[in-house]
Design a protein around this ligand. Structure first.
Ligand SMILES: *[C@@H]1O[C@H](CO)[C@@H](O)[C@H](O)[C@H]1NC(C)=O
Ligand SMILES: *[C@@H]1O[C@H](CO)[C@@H](O)[C@H](O)[C@H]1NC(C)=O
Ligand SMILES: *[C@@H]1O[C@H](CO)[C@@H](O)[C@H](O)[C@H]1NC(C)=O
Ligand SMILES: *[C@@H]1O[C@H](CO)[C@@H](O)[C@H](O)[C@H]1NC(C)=O
Ligand SMILES: *[C@@H]1O[C@H](CO)[C@@H](O)[C@H](O)[C@H]1NC(C)=O
Ligand SMILES: *[C@@H]1O[C@H](CO)[C@@H](O)[C@H](O)[C@H]1NC(C)=O
Ligand SMILES: *[C@@H]1O[C@H](CO)[C@@H](O)[C@H](O)[C@H]1NC(C)=O
Ligand SMILES: *[C@@H]1O[C@H](CO)[C@@H](O)[C@H](O)[C@H]1NC(C)=O
Length: 414
């Protein structure tokens, strides 16, 4: 057995065992990845305070896609929200104890969502109004945060009497993140636009949220199949990678693409995928095809297929680990960046779509595919046509690990 298959087996064993023993996810590719929610108190008011809440995505490659985040919390006392800029609570709640001016929200546990793009300028603040979409650090650091402002009433009016909200929940839009308790930190400092003056918040608290794939999805969400130009054998996505197909094809579990009942765009439910019937039942399939093997270079074609009728994947991304990435040459059809900021590996790269060209992986059907190509320069010291080397060690789609075929199914490349 080659080194790769041993190490892959080991990886599989480690993965399967950790998945049974723990829901706390340690991500070796992004060990410090977190989402931090910061509340900056900007002003005290006669009955409370005005705060700017900012959600920072400190994750290298995991983003929040449409229809975006929703943030919930439970007030410590009987606080209300008088008004909001750049966001809204989904419900007003029971404000019957108020006379005269009625608050914007009186709920004990409000849920806030972002405003949509195109919101009038006088209802915006910086970093708002992107429909809850937040980029990853690698893909677009300038869009890796989202803010809204709220004016809180019936609340403490000094940093000694203010009560910090509890039980913060972040949905994106489904589950996946666990948020810790709020911690009071040094007040945030703000640099003026001309960089000549620094102001600071009156009080700041932070909440750290971390991602767990086991919370986000009950089963994997993508799988990989491997092929090579010089061998007809294809290592397909393993059967039941993401779920097992039931016998009757047009069951509630999946849709036969040839059936006349292929769902139209009217039937949307973003959290539960509705997949094409396949043996692997994955919403997304990644095909890694070794296309050419030149003297000094080799070329790989990657095809991402969307098999989910419920989802257009906007700002999709792949994270690929392959030992040749430290000598990477060129990519066609997508953006590329090495995940070098991490000390643990330098064989991993992130790939994502080109804006207005293929940054949306359309729902299952005719257009539900994206192609890209990688051209590697051969490193004589490490390149080998031995079984397995030309194939990736792992692939993540949108931050979630894809199921790989077993090493003994790989096509021989020699
Ligand atoms: C969140 O991630 C950032 C960037 O990696 C890091 O600086 C920060 O300390 C992390 N926050 C917490 C609370 O761990
Ligand atoms: C509250 O404000 C006082 C000054 O008004 C400051 O000395 C103190 O550190 C503040 N406490 C917190 C928790 O921010
Ligand atoms: C925290 O919030 C969740 C969801 O809003 C709710 O189910 C849970 O009961 C809350 N827990 C506490 C202690 O308030
Ligand atoms: C599915 O089909 C297999 C063989 O075709 C059969 O053995 C099995 O009982 C069927 N299962 C169900 C739930 O119908
Ligand atoms: C995906 O985008 C297309 C074109 O914008 C739209 O017609 C379709 O309804 C969308 N599908 C979903 C599931 O949102
Ligand atoms: C990064 O790549 C270089 C060259 O292949 C290697 O010598 C080095 O050990 C690698 N660093 C890490 C942290 O893996
Ligand atoms: C990249 O490939 C060149 C040519 O084969 C080789 O000289 C160089 O050491 C390689 N770099 C790394 C980091 O492996
Ligand atoms: C193709 O790969 C399979 C599986 O590894 C192997 O058994 C077969 O011999 C290979 N065929 C060729 C022509 O190399």
């Amino acid at each position: 057995m080659s080194f790769l298959s041993k190490s892959t087996l080991l990886l599989l064993i480690v993965l399967c065992c950790t998945s049974f023993t723990s829901t706390e996810a340690y991500d070796a590719l992004d060990p410090n990845g977190n989402i931090t929610i910061k509340w900056d108190v900007m002003a005290w008011t006669p009955d409370g305070y005005v705060a700017v809440v900012t959600i920072y995505n400190y994750q290298q490659y995991r983003h929040i896609e449409a229809p975006g985040w929703s943030l919930g919390w439970t007030w410590a006392e009987h606080e209300v929200i008088w008004n909001m800029v750049g966001g809204l609570t989904t419900e007003q709640g029971d404000c019957s104890r108020f006379q005269g001016e009625i608050p914007f929200s009186c709920q004990k546990s409000p849920t806030v969502v972002d405003l949509l793009p195109g919101t009038p300028y006088n209802q915006q603040i910086a970093n708002c109004c992107k429909g809850g979409v937040i980029s990853s650090r690698m893909q677009d650091p300038s869009n890796a945060a989202s803010s809204f402002q709220l004016s809180v009433g019936s609340a403490g009016t000094t940093n000694k009497t203010v009560k910090i909200p509890k039980n913060i929940t972040l949905n994106t839009p489904g589950p996946g993140y666990t948020c810790g308790p709020a911690k009071i930190v040094r007040p945030t400092r703000f640099l003026s636009a001309d960089k000549r003056r620094v102001t600071q918040a009156l009080m700041t608290w932070n909440i750290k949220c971390t991602y767990s794939p086991f919370l986000a999805h009950k089963a994997p969400t993508c799988c990989v199949s491997l092929s090579s130009f010089n061998n007809k054998t294809i290592a397909p996505c393993p059967t039941c990678s993401c779920g097992c197909r039931r016998n009757n094809t047009v069951s509630r579990g999946c849709v036969d693409p040839k059936s006349p009942h292929v769902p139209g765009p009217g039937q949307k439910n973003i959290i539960t995928p509705l997949v094409q019937c396949t043996s692997h039942m994955c919403p997304v399939k990644i095909q890694w095809h070794l296309k050419l093997n030149y003297k000094h270079y080799w070329r790989v074609k990657i095809t991402i297929t969307n098999l989910n009728y419920h989802m257009n994947y906007t700002h999709w991304n792949l994270v690929v680990q392959h030992p040749n990435f430290d000598n990477f040459t060129q990519v066609v059809g997508s953006k590329y960046k090495a995940l070098t900021s991490l000390s643990t590996t330098n064989d991993t790269a992130m790939l994502w779509g080109i804006k207005h060209y293929n940054d949306v992986l359309m729902q299952a059907g005719r257009y539900g595919k994206v192609h890209l190509e990688l051209l590697f320069r051969k490193d004589k010291a490490t390149f080998t046509s031995k079984k397995g080397w030309a194939f990736p060690q792992r692939i993540y789609f949108n931050g979630d690990s894809c199921v790989m075929p077993p090493p003994d199914a790989y096509p021989l490349v020699a």
